[in-house]
Design a protein around this ligand. Sequence first.
Ligand SMILES: Nc1nc2c(ncn2[C@@H]2O[C@H](COP(=O)(O)OP(=O)(O)OP(=O)(O)O)[C@@H](O)[C@H]2O)c(=O)[nH]1
Length: 204
Amino acid sequence: MTAVSLQRHLELHVSATELLFPTSQPQRPHPTLSISPPLGVNWYNHCDMASFMTKTVQYQNELHKFLIWDTAGQERFRALAPMYYRGSAAAIIVYDITKEETFSTLKNWVKELRQHGPPNIVVAIAGNKCDLIDVREVMERDAKDYADSIHAIFVETSAKNAININELFIEISRRIPSADANPPSGGKGFKLRRQPSEPQRSCC
Ligand SMILES: Nc1nc2c(ncn2[C@@H]2O[C@H](COP(=O)(O)OP(=O)(O)OP(=O)(O)O)[C@@H](O)[C@H]2O)c(=O)[nH]1
């Protein structure tokens, strides 16, 4: 699962997790992580339980900079996930189209986000490895129907071939309410909070 915060106009909006694990020294990415630098993602740091990266996309006439925590999928790190999605504007839940069981696991993440995540978090479902359609186990139609049923963004991606990565982030940009929006009291807009910066620390 990937938790996403957003900077608009390059103003600073950081998630609680970034404050917990701020990063400064660019490091070599984990060799098996799925989104690589050619896609315009800048890696900053990683450890066993999560990696931090940024990605900037143009949305209309704004530059949106995403602060991204890619959390480990392994069960042993599950209890740590709230640290990452709490305070995030969006979550991308990635499954592997060639492994049916990853699609079942995804549904557990959706339940967890619904129960414990921020109320207005934008949920996106990404069926990764769409370059491997010959060994597909999850039908695109089934995944899309499921995503629609929970009002999530849905896209099939290939991190390897850079398919639909930008499109995914642009769609997330479109769905995250503007920081300038001034919803009426009791409105459902997601409020991106500014938080003071802290001295830089490394997570591992
Ligand atoms: N063919 C193909 N392989 C991919 C793609 N994305 C990732 N891989 C490969 O799939 C393997 C697993 O990738 P990871 O990025 O470690 O997967 P993950 O889901 O982040 O794993 P966790 O950290 O355990 O959650 C690696 O060998 C990647 O090179 C893709 O789009 N296409």
